[in-house]
Design a protein around this ligand. Structure first.
Ligand SMILES: [Zn+2]
Length: 288
């Protein structure tokens, strides 16, 4: 296959969802690791790698694994001012029940279709049952179901015959549905830092992408409550980047971003800079 492509002498190789190449990313796919060698086999055409979600360590890994030489990094902002961030707490007695009720109220008021992610198979079934009614068509989806059953739920969801799917993470791999209106997560253990921060939630999320943000933002519950002081520093990363520990890859200090008109930024020559300094410092930019 690659040999046949190489004969055509392609001048451009485009890698979409490029973050999938990173073992630091949230969506690592081993096949992507072969893309660097594929580029070699094709005679190293110009490579365009695209992603909408890459934190700084992931960007470095994309450059590294694709073997990009003197890459131009075009980074647009990650802030979406129209998104409002807020945390509601259901602590204390009857908390689980109150949370379920609040979730059901939220879902009833929201425009379908949507997906609720839960932690366990049991929760998926319990929630789907609780939500099902004359006004709402809900079903559960989890790895404990028979394949045919799961396919049926997925088909119904894709065809618009279901308003809500209550699912474990088994659902969603390869789901491409254009009109999903919302996604809810009933368990947020991975987002504990985000939920517990007293600072600006927007700044917290943007820090994951290495994007500085000067709070207050005026569109999160902490800023609205006046809890956020101007110039409050957020030191911690919002959540752990990548659960898997990748093999050691040399990493250099990142040169400063060069601002470009239009809000984008270009970074150039990271690898060359690192090599010129006589090798990279391993793990310099890596969170614990
Ligand atoms: Zn805020």
């Amino acid at each position: 296959m690659l040999d046949e492509l190489a004969v055509a002498r392609p001048s451009l190789l485009v890698v979409d969802e490029a973050h999938c190449i990173s073992e630091w990313g949230h969506d690592f796919r081993p096949d992507y690791l072969r893309l660097g060698a594929a580029a070699d086999a094709l005679g190293r055409p110009t490579i365009l790698a695209l992603t909408a979600t890459a934190a700084p360590p992931v960007r470095d890994e994309i450059v590294e694994r694709l073997g990009l030489r003197d890459p131009a990094l075009v980074i647009r902002g990650f802030d979406r001012p129209n998104l409002r961030f807020a945390v509601e707490r259901f602590n204390g007695e009857g908390g689980e029940e109150r949370k379920l009720r609040a979730l059901a109220d939220h879902i009833a008021a929201a425009q379908p279709p949507g997906v609720v992610y839960v932690a366990t198979r049991r929760q998926a079934e319990t929630l789907a049952e609780a939500l099902c009614g004359p006004e709402l068509r809900a079903a559960s989806y989890h790895a404990g179901m028979k394949g045919a059953e799961r396919d049926r739920v997925q088909e119904r969801f894709m065809d618009g015959d279901l308003d809500v799917v209550c699912a474990t993470t088994a659902f969603g791999m390869g789901i491409d549905k254009a009109d999903v209106r919302w996604v809810a997560h009933s368990e947020v253990s991975e987002l504990r830092g985000y939920a517990e921060t007293e600072g600006c939630r927007r700044a917290f999320i943007l820090s994951y992408f290495g994007e500085p943000f000067e709070p207050p933002c005026g569109n999160c519950d902490n800023c609205e409550s006046g809890r956020v002081r101007a110039a409050a520093a957020e030191d911690a990363l919002p959540f752990v980047v990548g659960a898997r520990r990748p093999r050691a890859v040399g990493r250099g200090r990142r040169p400063a971003l060069r601002r470009r008109r239009g809000g984008g930024a270009v970074r150039r020559g990271r690898l060359q800079d690192a090599r010129a300094r006589g090798g990279a410092r391993a793990g310099a930019a890596r969170p614990a």
